[in-house]
Design a binder for this molecule. Structure first.
Ligand SMILES: Cc1cc2nc3c(=O)[nH]c(=O)nc-3n(C[C@H](O)[C@H](O)[C@H](O)COP(=O)(O)OP(=O)(O)OC[C@H]3O[C@@H](n4cnc5c(N)ncnc54)[C@H](O)[C@@H]3O)c2cc1C
Length: 558
């Protein structure tokens, strides 16, 4: 890749992002916060108001906290005292089979300070519809002076010209056309990604898995009913599932008052384009188990059964992130969260390259690090979909009498297990690792086993910096610098001077932060740890003797 601009051409911006979904918006925020001029093209003139993702994982919330807007996100969606339970029913007005009780957003804010082990974190998950999260992301990106959001503009072509990129963009109504010149382009343009297609990259893996549920064509209704809660004889929940032999479904509460999204799998003889509103309401009522008139706000179709990852995430100056490079079956709630972490990983690296302190290997590490995570996370989601969707409801499930009761007990046992398997996932959320990455300095120790439901805090380089609450009740993450941080651990701080001198010589922004507690020293099992801007441990050790080599490696200049 050429680094100069031999044509001495005027650039419109440093980075063009295609797509203003969660990935594109988060990347714009990461870049804008670093002063990188960024244009975001979004073909929709107005954002989609159809709720899709419902779960913001704890790690994503930690990144929102790092950027200063976690509280804005936590204030969105359900009321602060609304429980985020996951509950399973034969039909919504009939038998409750299983329930996993989880805290309201108000409780989550307090509980997180008392947790340790698997849930030692700065933030807990937040159950909120993607439309509300995107509103916050859009406002945050739009408020940054270096970021220009262009809704109603479609990318038509991306060309890597060696010293930069050219992006053809036209207004979605076809009335204006421009060629944008930039240093880099990023396709965050969703599952159909025109950017990925223009690079000729395929999505590899499984498409079209068939299951009793969550494997096939899905039909979704965004509905309104002020009477739904009154008509349901069960405690409130965030996510409601039905298990029966003719209408399996899930429904998420959108605002805790009167809006819900209802998703059901279509039978072979049901075709999305031929479903009238009356038929859509009948599907809902079949799952509800009673007549309830609902207003249909919107409808949508999607496919469950994807476990797909792109063969490449980058070519030259063009990068891909989010659904453009990984498609999930949304069990576990990982698609948007993985998309956000792609943006977090790429954002600081692009900025470092543009500012000159990031080396060639740094940009190359994006694909290495994120493709492995995409494979891991899509595989976990597939496992959840199997546990959920391969379960075939017993024939007697809805019968009165002992046979029905036994069938409900068996089904309840399965879903009580399943709910904790799918929705208590600190291992997935916090345990993603970049072992073997060219910009991680291994210390030869082995990381804990990667399992979905348990996270073992470790400063073994390549993973999330272990979290702790500092003496003044501050999160360690609030104390870290915005770029690299040298963490000095324990009561007798090690000499930071070699790192500070090397960082200055290499023009790498580095903050030195002390965590004097013995607990912090024990947690990190080292006197020093180098934390990346994305809060990943790049290196740990007891001496700063190799400071220059460590820093050069961590920013891809070796
Ligand atoms: C029913 C359902 C439930 C889900 N639940 C969850 C969940 O609980 N948790 C979770 O993590 N994920 C969930 N997901 C997945 C989540 O919705 C996606 O993974 C997420 O939206 C991906 O974000 P993205 O930014 O990569 O892509 P998108 O959100 O698809 O955004 C891409 C954007 O690019 C724009 N675009 C496309 N082409 C062009 C072009 N040529 N020019 C300009 N703009 C263009 C599009 O208009 C779009 O706005 C769910 C998905 C579904 C369907």
């Amino acid at each position: 890749m050429e680094t100069g601009n031999p044509q001495n051409e005027r650039r419109d911006c440093a980075v063009v992002i295609v797509g203003a979904g969660p990935c594109g918006l988060m990347l714009a925020i990461e870049l804008g916060r670093r002063g990188i001029s960024t244009v975001v093209l979004e073909e929709r003139a107005a954002p989609s108001r159809f709720p899709s993702a419902n779960a913001t994982q704890a790690r994503t919330m930690e990144h929102y906290r790092r950027l200063g807007f976690a509280e804005k996100v936590r204030a969105q969606g359900l009321p602060p005292d609304y429980p985020t339970d996951i509950a399973y029913f034969t039909r919504y007005t009939r038998h409750e089979l299983a329930r996993f009780s989880l805290p309201s957003s108000r409780e989550a804010r307090m509980i997180v300070r008392t947790l340790s082990g698997s849930w030692s974190a700065a933030e807990l998950p937040h159950r909120v519809s993607q439309i509300f999260v995107e509103d916050v992301l859009r406002a945050e990106a739009g408020a940054l002076a270096p970021v220009k959001l262009l809704p109603g503009w479609r990318m038509r072509a991306v060309r890597d010209v060696g010293y930069g990129v050219e992006v053809d963009a036209e207004r979605s109504d076809g009335r204006q056309f421009v060629v944008l010149r930039a240093g880099f382009a990023v396709g965050a343009d969703g599952g159909g990604s025109p950017t990925r297609k223009s690079l000729g990259y395929n999505l590899m893996g499984e498409r079209g898995a068939e299951r009793d549920f969550m494997g096939g064509r899905m039909f979704a209704i965004h509905l309104r009913s002020a009477r739904l809660y009154d008509a349901m004889p069960h405690p409130r929940a965030w996510m409601y599932w039905t298990v029966n032999r003719d209408r399996r479904a899930f429904m998420a509460s959108v605002n805790g008052r009167d809006e819900f999204t209802f998703h059901t799998q279509l039978n072979r003889d049901e075709h999305p384009n031929q479903i009238s509103d009356a038929q859509a309401r009948a599907m809902f009522q079949q799952a509800f188990g009673a007549r309830l008139d609902v207003e249909i706000i919107g409808r949508s179709t999607w496919t469950a059964g994807y476990t797909l990852v792109a063969e490449k995430f980058q070519r030259g100056r063009v990068f891909l992130g989010g659904d453009a490079v990984h498609l999930f079956t949304p069990a576990g709630g990982l698609g948007y969260n993985t998309a956000v972490e792609d943006a977090v990983n790429l954002g600081w690296k692009l900025a470092a390259a543009l500012k000159g302190w990031g080396g060639a290997a740094l940009l190359g590490s994006y694909e290495f690090e994120r493709q492995a995570i995409a494979r891991r996370n899509t595989a976990y989601a597939r496992g959840f979909a199997d546990s959920l969707g391969l379960f075939v409801p017993p024939a007697e499930l809805e019968d009165d009498g002992p046979a029905g009761e036994a069938a409900r007990k068996l089904t309840g046992d399965h879903f009580n297990y399943h709910a904790r398997f799918e929705f208590n996932i600190p291992g997935i959320t916090f345990g993603g690792r970049y072992d073997g990455s060219p910009v991680i300095v291994s210390d030869g120790t082995a990381p804990p086993k990667d399992v979905p439901n348990e996270y073992v805090p470790t400063a073994c380089p390549g993973g999330r910096a272990p979290h702790l609450w500092l003496g003044d009740d501050r999160s360690l993450y609030d104390a870290l610098g915005f770029e690299f941080t040298l963490l000095r651990l324990g009561a007798r701080p090690a000499d930071a001077a070699p790192f500070e001198a090397a960082a200055q010589a290499l023009k790498i922004p580095l903050a030195t932060v002390d965590a004097a507690d013995a607990e912090a020293r024990d947690l990190y099992d080292a006197d020093l740890a180098l934390i990346r801007p994305d809060q990943i441990v790049a290196w740990r050790g007891n001496s700063a003797d190799d400071a220059k080599a460590v820093l050069r490696r961590a920013v891809g200049r070796e």
